[in-house]
Design a protein around this ligand. Sequence first.
Ligand code: PLP
Length: 388
Amino acid sequence: MLAERIMLMGLSKTIWTNPTEFLRNQQPENPVLFFAPQVVQATARRFLRGFPGLVTYAVKSNPSEEMVENLLAAGIRGFDCASAFEIDMIRRLDPDAAIHYHNPVRSRAEIAHAVARKVKAWSVDSASELAKLIEMVPAEGCEISVRFKLPVAGAAYNFGAKFGATSEVASDLLVKAQEAGFVASLTFHPGTQCTDPEAWAAYIREAAVIAARAGVTIARLNVGGGFPSQRGGVPVDLEAIFATIDRVTGEAFGSDRPALVCEPGRGLCGDGFAVAARVKALRDGAHVFLNDGIYGSMFEFSQIGVIDRMAVISPEGVRRQGAPVPRAVFGPTCDSVDRLPGEIALPADIAEGDYLVIQGMGAYSTVTNSRFNGFGDLGLCTVLSLKI
Ligand SMILES: *Cc1c(COP(=O)(O)O)cnc(C)c1O
């Protein structure tokens, strides 16, 4: 009965041992998102232990309430919000949480909404948007972080293409924010899924240059998100990134060292989830058609490549062991864009009705699920472990 509720409503308090147990017992026809709260909480504690400053969660990467509740349970008390919806959700789940409104472009209605909800930290990357904040936000006890950008290498995706002031403009904005009575800080985002700690180092050194040029001692430096999740065989080394951030901040700022803040999205939620998609058909024994794809939870594969952590499970719950064979893999919609990039090496004995289980699917997956063509009804299943 309880198991049936999962299928019908996509929601249940039932907890399964692992994805295989659920798939074997339920043989779901819709794609399923598996959520391991223990993994999310362990990752959160790793950030809280290792990062030399305040850890905030970038809500946009996975705004589900069970995600936020597990972060709160693990001790996360700060959230990077980008919209009125996200601000309201966080206020509801934790009325005292620190909310950083770090979407640097906002309408006046959005600014008023956030002021009314006692948001005290804002980012900005232009003179026009800073003028709006100065006009509408009471400066008392409020922080404005100037977002800057660098031409950067090392990220899977370049965030600087949309947001961030140049170094010189950032110095000007810092002076103006301080003159208007705000706590003046700096922020950047090195680009998502950054595996090279040097990406942060370059930004931190530039932050010191910006502050010195402005003649402003910044209160805080927010080093953004960009912390990777595991997309291949090598586990991520968050501690190496934390150590680089700590060391370079000391070197670059000396006695003017600012307090540090980070705002990971993917790094906190990515590895706590897996997705199972069913093989609808093996067209003429060659092409694999899944019931989930680019318009569902796998949109990001078209942007930054496929996660190389897959297993194929038979409906009886047995892992396919055949030699890997590269195949074209399509999603369920009738659009030819709906194909995973390249060819995916899958076991030779993969068969219709099998499940492809992909690990590390917590970030930018539920949020991009479009329901195009009537597909994408993603079930949710809580598991003790994501191990197959
Ligand atoms: C998206 C975003 C993040 C989170 O990025 P990840 O790469 O998922 O860690 C953090 N800060 C800001 C301002 C963002 O827009």
